[in-house]
Design a protein around this ligand. Sequence first.
Ligand SMILES: N[C@@H](CCC(=O)N[C@@H](CS)C(=O)NCC(=O)O)C(=O)O
Length: 231
Amino acid sequence: MLKFYYNAAPNPMKVALLLEELGLSYEPIPVDTRKGDQHTAAFTKLNPNAKVPVIDENGTVVFDSNAILLFLADRAGRFVPTDLSSAARGEMLEWLMFVASGIGPYSGQSVHFRHAAPEPKEYALNRYDFEAHRHWTIIDNRLAQHHYMLGKDYSIVDMALWGWARMVPYVLGMDNPWAHYPHIKRLLDEINARPAAKRVETLRTAHVFKAEMDDDARRNMFPQNERLKAS
Ligand SMILES: N[C@@H](CCC(=O)N[C@@H](CS)C(=O)NCC(=O)O)C(=O)O
């Protein structure tokens, strides 16, 4: 049985969506990152980067959300162009990596500096907010011209995006970002209505993760701050 190490954050949720879309049976294993579960020796043996998601299927371990999406979709021959030398395959890879290296990190840092970092933070917040908007604008422009990220076929790129698109109001600190990003909202609503997304919602709320951001949670989530205390 495939073990799925997860929490309710964007990167694990995009993998949950693919697991559900593929109809794979899996054992969900909650990793409570505010309690520090990601730093245990057992977990860092699976993912030395100490982050979720990770899958482990009888010893075949894959960490990092977009690697997992590609691994599972390639294996199933679904939700990806399968001809390795086709232009469609190149297009899938470029957008998947754009989400992995642009949307995820810039949105994540925008969340960090907007909601968690201490003052002064104007410079950093301005940079990451600007970059998050710039990346989401590129996606919205793409979706203005194509129904899905790769055209007419729903793919793992849409799933990778969905993980983060759900969080856009929080990422950008806006009540209604959708006035600026109507095409992303259209895709988000469409995916949310899929039975697989509804099952992900059930999974997301099935386990109660620690909600308080107390000193212990901050130590577990932002270990870099310990250096500041020491200096
Ligand atoms: N590049 C990784 C990033 C994973 C990541 O940042 N996971 C977050 C949840 S979305 C996490 O585990 N955070 C806990 C921590 O940073 O200690 C991926 O795409 O899987």
